[in-house]
Design a protein around this ligand. Structure first.
Ligand SMILES: Nc1ncnc2c1ncn2[C@@H]1O[C@H](COP(=O)(O)OP(=O)(O)O)[C@@H](O)[C@H]1O
Ligand SMILES: [Mg+2]
Length: 605
C-alpha cells in the first residue's frame, strides 16, 4: 500500500530527521493530553467529591502545566511537518525539473510540455498536502486511538462496550460518506485537466480565435467544460461537507449514551465513580476525532500516492539517447565536419514508448564533404527536420548509421556533438532577457566582435542597432516583441556565434523576405568558409547554389545532385522549380544570379 508514497518519503534522506522528530513530538503531545484526562478523573474523585481543596489546586496546576507542554509539542510537530513537506515538495520539484532537462527529444515528445507542467505544479502540490496531513495525523491518530482504548480498558472497563459501538458507528458512517471520494477527486482532476487544456489552447491562440470570430463558440466550449467540472466537483464536496455535522451527531448521541449508562452506574448500581464517567466521556472524543481525521485524510493520501506515481514516471524515465559508458571526447584536430548517412532509417516512437511501425525516414544515403553546403527540399512532413535532427543525435537512427568524419555519432559524447553542430531550429524560440544573452547562449565567452559578426551575417545587426538599446534590447517571453523574420535572423545569429563545424538551418529563412535571404546567403558564404552547412528549405531559391540538393518525398531521398544535375535528371525537381520560379525556358541562362528579381514564392503543398 502507498508504494510510491513510501518511496517518496525515503527518497529525501536529507530531511528524514525532520520526519522522525515530528513523530516523536506527536507521541509526546498525545501522552500529555491523555495524562491531563487521567488527572481530570483524579480531580473529580479525590478533589471535588472528597472536598479536598489542596488536591483540586495541585491537580489543576499539573493539568495547566501539561496542557502548555502538550501545546508546545503539537506546535513543534506542525512546524516540522510543514518544513518537511515544503522541503520534500521543493526537492521533488527541482529534481523533476532537472530530470526533465536531461531527457532526450524522444522522451519529451511523449511527456508533452503541458503534461510536464502539470506534474511540476499540481502533482507536487498534491504530494506536499499529503505529506503535511500525513505527518500530522498518520501516526498521531492510530496512536491516540490505541492509547485511549487501553486507558479506557484500565479506567472504566464496564463502559468499554459503548466505545466499541461508537467505533463501529464511526467506521460505518465515514465509510459511507468518504468511500469513493478519492475516485471522485481523480475524476475531478481529469475534468480540471480538460478545462486547463481548453484554456491553455485558447489563450495561446486567442488571436486566431478573434481573427476567425470564434469568440462565442470558444466561450461556449469553455463553459461546457467548466460545467462538467462543476458537476464532478459537487458530489465529493457535498460528501466532505457532511463529515462535520455527521461527526457532531455521533458525538452527541455517544455523550447521551455515556450519561445514561454512566449515570446509572454512578447513582443506581454505584459500580462507577463520577470521575470515571467524566474521563470516559472525554476519552470517547479522543477516539472519535482521530478516527474521523483518518477517514478524512485517506483521499488526500491516495491522491498524493497517484501524484507520486506520476512524478516517479518522470524521475524513472531513461533518456532515450545516452552517452556510451566511458566515452571520451574525440580529438578536435580530427574533426573537419564531413557527414555521412549510411542506410539510415528512423521512426518516432508512439506514446507508450513502442516503435512506430511507419518509418519517417527510409534508407537515407548521403555523403557530405567538410565545408560543403547541402540543401534539403521536400513537402512539409517529408522528413527534412527529422533528418537534420539525426546529425547532433537528438534521436538515434533505427537502422543504418550516421557518421561525422568517419566516426559514428553514438561514439561521441553528446556534449561534444552539440558543440560541433549548431542549429537554428525550425521554430525560432527566444528566451526572455536581452538580445545579447540570447545570442551568447551557445558560447557565453564569445567576444563582442564575434557576436556582431554573426549578427551581421544573419542580417540582424541592422535591425538590432536600430533599437536604442542595441544589443541590450529586451526580449520578452518567447521573443514576442520581435517579428517572425527578426526572430529567425536572431536564431541564425545565435547558431553562428559558437563557430560550429557543422551548421544546420532548418527552414530558418521562411519568414524572411527574399532580399534579406539573399543577403544572408551571401554573408554566410563569406563567414562560413570551412563550415559544413545543412539548409532545409521550402523555397527552392534557398538551395539553388548548394553543392548538393536532396529531394525528399515521404521520407525517401528521391533525387540527389546539384542544381544543374537535378534539372537534367529529376522531373520532380523541375516541377518544383517551375512552380516556384517560372518556366525554365523563360529564364535567363544563369539562374543563380537572377533569382533576386524573381518574385514567385511559397513552397510545394
Ligand atoms: N516529435 C515527433 N513525434 C512523432 N512524429 C513526428 C514528430 N516530428 C515529426 N513527426 C512526423 O514525422 C514526419 C516528418 O516530419 P518532419 O521531419 O517534421 O517533416 P518536415 O520537416 O519535412 O516538415 C511527419 O509525418 C511528422 O508528422
Ligand atoms: Mg520541418
Amino acid at each position: 500500500m502507498f508504494k510510491h508514497f513510501r518511496r517518496m518519503l525515503s527518497i529525501y534522506k536529507g530531511a528524514g530527521w525532520h520526519f522522525a522528530l515530528s513523530q516523536l513530538l506527536v507521541a509526546l503531545a498525545i501522552t500529555a493530553t491523555l495524562l491531563i484526562q487521567t488527572l481530570n478523573g483524579q480531580l473529580v474523585n479525590q478533589g471535588v467529591q472528597a472536598g479536598n481543596v489542596d488536591v483540586v489546586i495541585n491537580t489543576s496546576l499539573w493539568m495547566i502545566g501539561l496542557a502548555i507542554i502538550g501545546a508546545f509539542f503539537s506546535i513543534g510537530n506542525a512546524v516540522y511537518a510543514v518544513i518537511f513537506s515544503e522541503e520534500t515538495g521543493n526537492y521533488l520539484r527541482v529534481k523533476t525539473y532537472r530530470k526533465a532537462q536531461s531527457l532526450s527529444f524522444g522522451n519529451i515528445d511523449r511527456f508533452r510540455t503541458s503534461d510536464l507542467l502539470v506534474r511540476l505544479t499540481d502533482d507536487i502540490t498534491n504530494i506536499r498536502t499529503a505529506v503535511l496531513y500525513g505527518m500530522i495525523i498518520i501516526l498521531q491518530a492510530p496512536l491516540a486511538i490505541l492509547i485511549t482504548f487501553i486507558l479506557t480498558w484500565v479506567m472504566a472497563p464496564s463502559l468499554i462496550w459503548i466505545m466499541g459501538v461508537v467505533m463501529v458507528v464511526v467506521v460505518i458512517v465515514m465509510g459511507f460518506l468518504l468511500n469513493g471520494v478519492q475516485k471522485m477527486f481523480s475524476d475531478r482532476q481529469q475534468r480540471l485537466d480538460q478545462v486547463n487544456s481548453v484554456l491553455q489552447e485558447n489563450l495561446a491562440g486567442v488571436r486566431v480565435v478573434k481573427a476567425f470570430v470564434r469568440e462565442k463558440h470558444e466561450s461556449r466550449r469553455f463553459a461546457a467544460a467548466a460545467e462538467e467540472l462543476r458537476k464532478t466537483s459537487l458530489a465529493p464536496a457535498i460528501r466532505i461537507a457532511m463529515v462535520n455535522p455527521a461527526t457532531n451527531i455521533i458525538v452527541y448521541l455517544a455523550t447521551a449514551a455515556v450519561l445514561y449508562f454512566g449515570g446509572s452506574g454512578v447513582m443506581v448500581s454505584q459500580t462507577l465513580s463520577l470521575g470515571q464517567v467524566v474521563v470516559f466521556a472525554q476519552y470517547l472524543l479522543y477516539i472519535i476525532v482521530p478516527m474521523v481525521m483518518l477517514a478524512y485524510l485517506l483521499p488526500y493520501l491516495e491522491s498524493g500516492e497517484t501524484s507520486a506515481g506520476r512524478i516517479f514516471q518522470v524521475l524513472d524515465a531513461e533518456p532515450e539517447v545516452q552517452d556510451k559508458p566511458g566515452v571520451e571526447p574525440i580529438d578536435w584536430e580530427r574533426l573537419k565536419g564531413g557527414v555521412v548517412f549510411e542506410h539510415a532509417s528512423f521512426g518516432y516512437r508512439s506514446e507508450d514508448g513502442q516503435m512506430e511501425s511507419a518509418m519517417v525516414l527510409k534508407d537515407i544515403n548521403l555523403e557530405v564533404e567538410p565545408g560543403q553546403t547541402i540543401g534539403f527540399l521536400g513537402a512539409t512532413g517529408s522528413g527534412k527536420s527529422t533528418l537534420v535532427h539525426l546529425v547532433p543525435r537528438f534521436y538515434d537512427v533505427v537502422e543504418g548509421r550516421v557518421l561525422i568524419d568517419g566516426i559514428n555519432v553514438r561514439d561521441f559524447p553528446q556534449s561534444q556533438l552539440r558543440q560541433m553542430v549548431s542549429l537554428a531550429l525550425q521554430e525560432a524560440v527566444l528566451f526572455s532577457g536581452t538580445v545579447r544573452a540570447n545570442l551568447l547562449v551557445g558560447r557565453p565567452e564569445a567576444s563582442e566582435e564575434e557576436m556582431m559578426e554573426a549578427s551581421a551575417a544573419a542580417d540582424a545587426h541592422g535591425f538590432i542597432t536600430a533599437i536604442p538599446e542595441r544589443y541590450d534590447a529586451r526580449v520578452t517571453r518567447r521573443g514576442n516583441n520581435f517579428s517572425g523574420g527578426q526572430r529567425q535572423r536572431l536564431s541564425i545569429a545565435r547558431a553562428l556565434v559558437p563557430k560550429p563545424r557543422i551548421l544546420i538551418l532548418d527552414d530558418s529563412t521562411s519568414a524572411v523576405d527574399v532580399g534579406a535571404e539573399a543577403r544572408i546567403q551571401k554573408a554566410l558564404r563569406g563567414l562560413l568558409g570551412k563550415t559544413t552547412t545543412f539548409f532545409v528549405a521550402q523555397r527552392i531559391s534557398t538551395v539553388l547554389t548548394a553543392d548538393q540538393i536532396v529531394l525528399l518525398e515521404n521520407g525517401r531521398q528521391v533525387a540527389v545532385g546539384n542544381h544543374t544535375q537535378l534539372i537534367a535528371t529529376s522531373p520532380l525537381y523541375r516541377e518544383i522549380f517551375e512552380s516556384q520560379l517560372g518556366k525554365l525556358e523563360d529564364l535567363p541562362s544563369s539562374v543563380g544570379g537572377s533569382r533576386q528579381e524573381l518574385k514567385a514564392e511559397g513552397g510545394p503543398a
